[in-house]
Write a protein that binds this ligand. Structure first.
Ligand code: NAD
Ligand code: ZN
Length: 355
């Protein structure tokens, strides 16, 4: 439950076919706008459409091109217009069927169309299932800045079917696992040990293990978000562990070079070495993360990039206050601390050491 705005998170294997009954059990619905991307639509759109229509709901299906460029003003405009053309009204609901791109975009459409429509998330990528579908942040990009236009708009429900991960490209899947590891390091040492003990089943997308890691990740994210829904107390910031380095890496290497989770993997190791340099984290714990991330086939080495460019992006990062670098620094597996005033030379030493 998220404060007084609790919503339903339903996690299962093969529960996608129940989506119609699930939506109508949460709210009475006569019209649903299902938004998806081309890759996801190919596999799942018909099933979702039929399941919703079977409950007597009129369905409008809208499909956008797959990929980050769809999180744009122009795609949003075409979706607003298409929804309007198919008689959307204030009682309509929006269903996001896809990865984080579709979730952020469709959520933004829901937040803005007729001043706000109820919406439901059906995340289909691992990243969306463990991260972006929970927490209520929705939005689109401008050419000059990511996620800069948006809202906090909580879904009425999130339906997670881990069986859909079967069709997710392997690289996308592994990238999502980096965020799963992040939950272990930031919030739950026991979960981290569970991950270490289940590398092979994770690589094999074993259904039982998927259930467990997705459920635990959602639970941990929901707990943090419940205590700091709009990012005011700073608690939610701990989920940015590894992300200051990650954003610098994504930006300097060029978007698309690294998948987000791949950059998170490198970033978490930089933040761990920073913890060692600050004298608050031990080398063995860095090593445990290194071993787990490499076993999950994620990148663990810092690439050779222009260090001044890396530092300058980190100084512009929103986690920087008053020119000082702020990092989420691990103190032990399962505990991280928001640390302001980190000297930039120390931060760069931790970067360089991973090369
Ligand atoms: P994505 O939505 O682009 O999905 C990755 C790729 O996998 C796409 O090509 C997609 O078509 C495909 N795909 C998704 N599910 C599939 C399935 N089951 N079978 C086959 N193909 C499938 O990317 P993503 O990694 O899911 O999400 C990244 C986005 O999430 C970014 O825009 C990021 O800003 C956003 N995000 C938002 C939050 C938040 O709190 N709102 C948090 C983290 C990330
Ligand atoms: Zn992330």
């Amino acid at each position: 439950p998220l404060g007084d705005r609790s919503y339903d998170i339903s996690i299962g294997t093969g529960n996608l076919v129940d989506v119609g009954r699930w939506v109508t059990s949460l709210r009475s619905v006569t019209h649903a706008v299902v938004i998806s991307d081309a890759n996801v639509a190919k596999h799942y759109q018909q099933r979702v459409e039929e399941a919703i229509a079977a409950e007597g709901v009129r369905v409008t299906s809208l499909v956008v091109p797959a990929g980050e460029p769809s999180k744009s003003v122009s795609t949003a405009q075409s979706l607003w217009e298409a929804a309007l053309a198919d008689r959307v009204d204030r009682k309509s609901v929006v269903v996001a069927l896809g990865g984080g791109v579709v979730g952020d975009l469709a959520g933004f459409i829901a937040a803005t169309m007729t001043r706000g429509l109820d919406f439901f998330q059906i995340p289909t990528s691992l990243l969306a299932q463990v991260d972006s579908s929970v927490g209520g942040k929705v939005g689109i990009n401008l050419p000059s800045a990511k996620n800069i236009v948006g809202a906090f708009w909580q879904p009425k429900g999130v339906l997670i079917d881990t069986a859909v991960l079967e069709t997710l490209p392997r690289r996308e899947y592994l990238s999502g696992l980096a965020e799963v590891v992040k939950y272990g390091v930031t919030l739950d040492a026991e979960f981290f040990s569970y991950l270490e003990a289940n590398v092979q089943p994770m690589l094999d997308r074993d259904p039982a293990v998927l259930q467990k890691i997705v459920a635990r990740s959602c639970e941990l994210k929901a707990q943090v978000v419940a205590e700091d829904e709009t990012e005011t107390t700073g608690l939610r910031a701990i989920l940015n562990y590894g992300h200051t380095y990650c954003h610098a890496l994504e930006t300097v290497a060029g978007y698309g070079e690294y998948l987000h989770g791949e950059a998170v993997s490198v970033g978490m190791l930089c933040a761990s070495r920073l913890g060692e340099k600050l004298g608050v984290f031990d080398a063995e714990s860095t090593q445990r993360q290194f071993k787990l991330l490499s076993a999950l086939e994620l990148p663990v080495a810092t690439p050779k990039l222009d260090e001044r460019a890396i530092l300058s992006v980190m100084q512009r990062d929103k986690k920087v206050e008053h020119g000082k670098l702020r990092f989420i620094v691990p103190h032990r597996i399962g505990k991280v601390v928001l640390t302001p005033d980190v000297p930039s030379d120390l931060a760069m030493d931790a970067w360089r050491e991973g090369c």
